[in-house]
Ligand binder design. Structure first.
Ligand code: ADP
Ligand code: MG
Length: 461
């Protein structure tokens, strides 16, 4: 292990080094290694690296190191394309901000009532993580003051531009001091990003991390012949042959996601869908259920899945082949992470020849469609999840910790601690996974026991 890979080698506070260690961060990822020395020194950066490469820490560390806990004004702003991403980034920043401590990180996103946000802003925050549209709303209402920020981050900048946030970004940039440090992170590098960085970044350092070749070479790729009209049968066949613990299934459109989910349900396989048309709350819940294993199969569009920090899955299925080769790589990157082997299986119909050729050429692959194996219907039962998720109407803002939920659930001795699955505490809601057979009883127990002295609502989702 070369020492320059270690966080220890950076010029950051000793407290932060301890904090990183406590969070299990020892070695830097390539993007962190190549940006942190410059960004910690205050330089602007334009960085391009794939999803899952550790960009949050790359901008989070310089951002947090510069905060002054005793100065009560907004010192840093992170812009993200969606509320989920803002939530994930805020979560990560809170971990980093344990040193220096006493740092308030506030998320300000659309799709939520604006009144409580105004209240929270009045209370003061050191760091704001938000989506551009809503940040602009607050600037117009003068409920947010960015005139003294020292750090501005545009996370997933390419996607924010794709989503039409260009004007909002311009408005926001104009209300921040030119003395700020600007960090622009992007998974791709389109022309409009170049333009934007030329206009707004100074003394800029540019870093691009190419997807390392092993990233897709530790993945086994397979393609099966299957016409679009037989797509559900194709997916059923792959799932019953592979019996994966978890899988992400990609479709090119949201209608495709819904149809496939419906068809799989008719075959006895439960899946969740993730696409742009879902209510924010449903998207949040879907991600929670997928990450705790109470939904094993997630059917998603590229836009909805992009950038989300979903743990590595055993299997990626391309129910529809993507039209471009880079998207194929992005999708496959969801499996085989962290040195594990992965499997990516695609369905290709008679009209997909050009797409497959393109994917092969750009990625140096030689995939050939093979006949689809027969679906093993008697295996469907092995694809069910034994877990259910219970949502509880209290969260971090009610000072709930996972231990409170374990305490309540085990109080009657009917449920043992080791039967309780993953617990996620969010701002106003908490989620706990439990075996299906215990879920109803768990809901009753939770309804009868106050949490932090207050009765909570609980229900299966
Ligand atoms: P990106 O924004 O590039 O998609 P994230 O910042 O979401 O990636 O990081 C992906 C995952 O990797 C997160 O779960 C994060 O906690 C983890 N991670 C980031 N940096 C490191 C590191 N240096 N060591 C170990 N894990 C890391
Ligand atoms: Mg990210």
């Amino acid at each position: 292990m070369s020492t320059s890979l270690l966080f220890e080698s950076l010029s950051i506070s000793a407290g932060q080094k301890e904090n990183l260690k406590a969070n299990g961060y020892l070695e830097m990822t390539p993007i962190q290694q190549q940006t942190l020395p410059s960004t910690l020194a205050g330089k602007d950066i334009l960085a391009q690296a794939a999803t899952g490469s550790g960009k949050t820490l790359a901008f989070g560390l310089p951002l947090v190191e510069r905060l002054n806990p005793t100065a009560y004004f907004v010192q840093a702003l992170v812009l993200c394309p969606t509320r989920e991403l803002a939530g994930q980034v805020a979560e990560e920043l809170r971990k980093l901000a344990r040193h220096p401590g006493n740092i308030k990180v506030l998320t300000i996103c659309g799709g939520q009532p604006i009144g409580p946000q105004i209240g929270s802003l009045e209370h003061g925050a050191h760091v704001i993580v938000g989506t551009p549209g809503r940040i602009v709303d607050h600037l117009r209402k003068r409920t947010l003051d960015l005139s003294r920020i020292s750090t501005l981050v545009l996370d997933e900048a390419d996607r924010m531009l794709d989503m039409g946030f260009q004007d909002d970004l311009q408005t926001i940039l104009n209300q921040t001091p030119t003395s700020r440090q600007t960090m622009l992170f992007s998974a791709t590098y389109p022309e409009n990003i170049a333009q934007m960085s030329e206009e707004h970044l100074k003394n800029l350092v540019e870093v691009r991390i190419e997807q390392p070749p092993e990233k897709i070479s530790n993945i086994t790729h397979r393609v099966y012949k299957c016409e679009r009209s037989e797509q559900a049968l194709g997916v059923l066949s792959i799932l019953t042959q592979q019996l994966p613990e978890s899988a992400i299934i990609f479709c090119n459109t949201k209608e495709g996601c819904n149809q496939l989910s419906q068809a799989l349900r008719e075959d006895g396989i439960k899946s969740g869908t993730l696409h742009g048309d879902l209510e924010q709350r449903d998207r949040d819940q879907m991600l929670v259920r997928f990450s705790n294993g109470s939904i094993r199969f997630l059917i998603a569009t590229d836009v909805a899945a992009r950038g989300l920090d979903i743990d590595t899955v055993d299997l990626v299925i391309n129910a529809d082949l993507p039209s471009d080769a880079a998207t194929y790589v992005h999708r496959c990157g969801r499996t085989g992470r962290a040195g594990r082997s992965g499997l990516a299986v695609s369905l290709a119909g008679s009209r997909d020849g050009r797409r497959l050729e393109n994917i092969n050429r750009e990625n140096n692959l030689a995939l050939e469609p093979k006949p689809l194996p027969k679906a093993a219907i008697n295996q469907v039962i092995k694809l069910q999840s034994d877990l259910r998720t219970i949502a509880i109407s209290m969260g971090r803002k009610n000072k709930i910790r996972p231990g409170d939920i374990v305490g309540a659930l085990t109080a009657t001795k009917e449920i043992a601690g080791n039967q309780i699955g993953s617990i996620q505490v969010q701002d106003f809601t908490s989620y706990v996974a439990l075996p299906r057979t215990l879920a109803d009883r768990a809901v009753e127990i939770l309804r009868q026991r106050p949490l932090k002295g207050k009765p909570a609502r609980a229900r299966k989702i």
